[in-house]
Design a protein around this ligand. Sequence first.
Ligand code: ZN
Length: 329
Amino acid sequence: MSLPKAELHLHIEGTLEPELAFELAARNGVELPYADTDTLRKAYRFEDLQSFLNLYYELMAVLRTERDFEDLANAYLARAAAQGVRHAEIFFDPQAHLARGVEMGTVVEGLGRALEHSQAVHGVSTQLIMCFLRDESAESALETLEAAKPYLDRIVGVGLDSAEVGHPPAKFREVYEAAAAMGLRRVAHAGEEGPPEYIVEALDVLGVERIDHGLRCMESPTLVERLVRDRVPLTLCPLSNVRLRTVDVLGDHPLPAMLDAGLMCTVNSDDPAYFGGYAGDNFEAVRVALGLGEEQLRELARNSFLASFLEHDEGLRARYLAEVDAYEF
Ligand SMILES: [Zn+2]
């Protein structure tokens, strides 16, 4: 669906399509344990978040050079633009690369080469959000923030991702305080597989401005009330929820109930190469499976721009919102 939208929950490493994975593997002399792209695609059947993460980290081995990260970002931006994405706030996972001997500079400079021309080449404005892996230690997160210091002019904020259960937000209090002191915006995954309490902790302890996923807030009426009152944006990823078995089928997704409750929902693709679709595919899927009407779809698109970190250019935000209002289905 080409309805203009911002994508606020997108892991750049999760946009690695099998074809590009094999191309980069050949370029870098990396051996992949799959015969071809079809065999690899068949591995995209996940039981839960962890089974996905295992493959996600395995495939990252093909990303070695600045050019690899540039190609990865350009491939994503082209696909996103074709599906109506006008603004993208892109997550990256530096610890997953640092652990393989790929430096912070290689990742940020490589992504930056694509991002700096994105508006001109793809018609997509961009921001970069650096995520900490929550299944790594708090010390590792602090070291990662330190390593990012020379690149802070290109990073708008920090996030928290990877295996959620057993790694509550409070573990990262110190690094989020340090990030806030550096003027960085703050978001975190919470309430995907973890309980509603993790959402509360992300807000109270980490001071986040948006919750990534957050769908388990629906188990706590007092939390829903708070999220509605404070207009806290939730970056939902419907196709991801089905692939990772957070919901059984898309028709069971709580998105309509969340909109009815007055929550500020947005729709995003998370790791589109792995979960069966980009941002526009997610919009189309919820339209069909959940029977969302034009006004609900328009509300989701408006929310995505309202929740964007576009405070440095309110004129641009206003133009995007006008595009949403003028869109004809
Ligand atoms: Zn995510």
